[in-house]
Write a protein that binds this ligand. Structure first.
Ligand SMILES: Cc1cc2nc3c(=O)[nH]c(=O)nc-3n(C[C@H](O)[C@H](O)[C@H](O)COP(=O)(O)O)c2cc1C
Length: 311
């Protein structure tokens, strides 16, 4: 079974990677399995300076996922370049750097620094709902999104995947704005803004009050958005949101994703990425696919789907 996928800057031996912020920089997971198995690694967000993140509590469970408001905690781009990238470079696995900032200048400066390293691609995080300044506006206003993508493209040749926020009325116009600015791909989706309240204290459970909802609850939203964007914009998509099984991965491929990222599921089962990579060939075969490429966008091809037995 051919599980290879070629995307701008990414020659993936399989389409499975851990999602940003749910895998740190891989060190803890490397104690469980060899990171060479992964299609790629998407690092935790990099910002200009160190960030300690929001005050705790900053995660809460929900019935079908979790809420988080970590607030982009990270050692800063210099720390990541000095300590984390050299560790990940010991594996023959492409590294995708998640780039964040509060201002256009910060995005540009982080991207410039990272473009001097071995990272294969950027995932431009214009969609973090959990920081007070910056993040959210870039991800919900097509003009701001277009501008930040263009500025980053101007300073670096590293392919740029833009991570879209689902917290918008019209996901297609956001994707179109990124395409217009020269994005090489899209990554979707980030978390949906949510909230939980503790009946005992009558207060929000998360100190930040609101957080980002991830996990199985958001999968149908992600599938819908990827399906819509695939029809409207000619850019490869890395899909994510609630993936826990091989059937979930196949659903994403059919909607139009060329690769997938697995986030919250890593907290339940640290081996999940490796297990799904191992199960993927058999899972594809079960539905009659001969390769990963064979499944990408399959749900858009009506002649194709009607030729398959529904029994
Ligand atoms: C604890 C936590 C931290 C996250 N941190 C980041 C981050 O730093 N940058 C980013 O782009 N997305 C971040 N995300 C979003 C995930 O990468 C992913 O888009 C989202 O969780 C949906 O996937 P999932 O349902 O498989 O978790 C974070 C998610 C969680 C749960």
């Amino acid at each position: 079974m051919n599980t290879r996928v070629e995307l701008p800057g990414l020659n993936l031996k399989n389409p499975v990677m851990p999602a940003s912020g749910c895998f740190g920089f891989g060190r803890e997971f490397a104690q469980f399995y060899d990171l060479s198995h992964l299609g790629a690694v998407i690092m935790k967000a990099a910002t200009g300076g160190k960030r300690f993140g929001n005050v705790t509590p900053r995660v809460a469970e929900t019935s079908s996922g979790m809420l988080n408001a970590i607030g982009l905690q990270n050692p800063g781009v210099e720390g990541i370049i000095a300590k984390e990238i050299p560790f990940l470079e010991t594996y023959p696995t492409p590294i995708i750097a998640n780039v964040a900032g509060s201002t256009v200048e910060e995005y540009v400066s982080v991207a410039e620094k990272l473009s001097e390293t071995s990272v294969s691609a950027f995932e431009l995080n214009i969609s973090c709902p959990n920081v007070k300044e910056g993040g959210v506006q870039f991800g919900t206003d097509p003009f701001l999104a277009e501008n930040v993508v263009r500025e980053v493209k101007d300073v670096s040749d590293v392919p740029v995947y833009v991570k879209l926020s689902p917290n918008v009325a019209d996901i297609v116009s956001m994707a179109e704005a990124c395409a217009k600015a020269g994005a090489d791909g899209l990554s979707m989706i980030n978390t949906l803004t949510g909230m939980r309240i503790d009946p005992k204290t009558r207060r929000p459970i998360i100190a930040n009050k609101t957080g980002g909802l991830s996990g199985p609850a958001i999968k149908p939203v992600a599938i819908r958005m990827i399906y819509q964007v695939y029809e409207a914009v000619d850019l490869p998509i890395i899909g994510m949101g609630g993936i826990e099984t091989v059937d979930d991965i196949i659903e994403y491929l059919l909607a139009g994703a060329s690769a997938v990222a697995i986030g919250s599921a890593n907290f339940k089962n640290p081996l999940v990425c490796k297990e799904l990579i191992d199960q993927l060939p058999e899972g594809l075969k079960k539905y009659g696919f001969e390769s990963v490429n064979d499944a990408i966008g399959g749900a858009h091809d009506e002649t194709y789907s009607s030729s398959i037995s529904r029994s």
